[in-house]
Ligand binder design. Structure first.
Ligand SMILES: Cc1cc2nc3c(=O)[nH]c(=O)nc-3n(C[C@H](O)[C@H](O)[C@H](O)COP(=O)(O)O)c2cc1C
Length: 189
């Protein structure tokens, strides 16, 4: 089965960007993918700040999940006009080309639309440095568009939900294409 992982870049315990991953995963699982959530909170603060040792078990488990994945969802809040510092510290621990050959769906939540282009100017260059070449345009949502209802559940307005569905649909199509291309190449060589 095709595996898709998500990296949750919010250090917050209750996080909108992480809850959006849950939403995306529900759709991906209905489509037949297996999923795995990885959070910056899965790595100790010590390892995040000072760098994890080569034999760190938590890092080995995480890189193993990423290696097996055909697609990667990366969700982060906008912090100070860019992605979270915790996400940067996490990405710095990954192997040099950890995202090569994977289809990437970037997701950003933000307080307002002021940093609407943060996916393009801040996140994408880092993804590219990690070897990603197939990066979707991504999903940016402000706190006005992603509100909590009375039960505390995250709800998106219709237009916003549709934008997310479109990106998930593209992720599914591109991952399927990439998996079938790799299968053909494996037969040829
Ligand atoms: C330290 C910090 C810095 C932030 N900086 C920005 C910012 O520069 N621009 C913005 O639009 N929102 C900013 N926000 C708001 C968050 O991006 C927003 O509330 C987001 O939805 C939080 O996502 P999360 O619940 O997944 O952590 C900031 C929030 C925090 C805590």
């Amino acid at each position: 089965m095709t595996h898709i992982v998500a990296i949750a870049g919010s250090p917050a315990d209750k996080s909108k960007s992480t809850e959006l991953i849950d939403k995306v995963f529900r759709q991906l699982e209905q489509t037949g993918f297996t999923t795995k959530l990885i959070s910056v909170r899965d790595i100790s603060a010590q390892e995040l700040i000072y760098g994890a040792a080569q034999d760190s078990q938590s890092l080995k488990t995480i890189t193993g999940h990423i290696e097996r994945a055909a697609g990667v969802v990366i969700a982060t809040p906008v912090y100070k006009a860019a992605y979270s510092g915790a996400l940067k510290a996490f990405l710095d621990l990954l192997p040099q080309k950890a995202l090569a050959g994977k289809v990437i769906l970037p997701i950003m939540t933000a307080g307002s639309d002021k940093h609407l282009l943060a996916i393009d100017y801040a996140l994408k260059p880092v993804l590219s440095a990690l070897g990603a070449t197939q990066v979707l345009s991504g999903f940016f949502v402000s706190d006005q568009q992603a509100k909590r209802d009375q039960l505390g559940l995250l709800s998106l307005d219709g237009e916003t939900e549709q934008r997310l569905d479109e990106q998930v649909g593209l992720l599914v199509s591109l991952v399927r294409l990439s998996v079938s291309q790799q299968a053909v190449e494996a037969e040829i060589y």
